[in-house]
Ligand binder design. Structure first.
Ligand SMILES: [Zn+2]
Length: 166
């Protein structure tokens, strides 16, 4: 997909979520969870020395997102946004057991018999990785832009006051 059409497809996908102007990370995760009808659990992990700084595991009724525990808030949001991108695009994931080091604690914790698919945040060579990273980047820029600008369509009273005075 061309970069600009991928971008607008991501904007579209994000626009379907029920999010207020200034949404928090928790609200974002809840909105994606509501959209896909599965619980989403985000957990920090020691992923140094691993092949990825973020990982998403899909199960029947829930999604697990792991992010590198030492990541800055900015990087953490980018990782989580990327993995939420995989969830929203309903990617099947291409990560297998062979991608993990044999002594990987993370791999040992994965329930391989019930796990439906694993995606990671690694390189952006594949279409799935580009789709997830673009969506993650748009999420991040919306979060930071919203912190500086008032809503163009203020919904809550606080947003209306904000729009009047900024
Ligand atoms: Zn990925």
């Amino acid at each position: 997909m061309h970069a600009s059409s991928l971008r607008s497809a991501c904007e579209d996908r994000l626009g379907r979520l029920d999010l207020r102007h200034r949404f928090t990370e928790v609200e974002l995760i809840q909105a994606v969870s509501d959209e896909v009808g599965r619980r989403i659990v985000c957990e920090p992990q020691d992923m140094k020395g691993s092949f990825a700084c973020g990982l998403r595991q899909q199960y029947d009724d829930c999604e697990m997102i792991f992010y590198e525990q030492s990541a800055s808030p900015l990087l953490r949001r980018q990782i989580i946004g990327h993995e939420l991108g995989h969830i929203l695009w309903d990617h099947q994931g291409s990560v297998s057991r062979a991608d993990f080091r044999s002594d990987s604690e993370l791999a040992a914790e994965i329930d391989w018999s019930s796990c439906l698919g694993i995606s990671a945040r690694t390189s952006y060579a594949t279409a799935e990785e580009q789709e997830a990273e673009t969506l993650g980047t748009i999420i991040l820029s919306r979060m930071y832009r919203a912190a500086l600008t008032p809503s163009t369509r203020p919904a809550a009273a606080t947003e209306r006051w904000d729009a009047m005075y900024t």
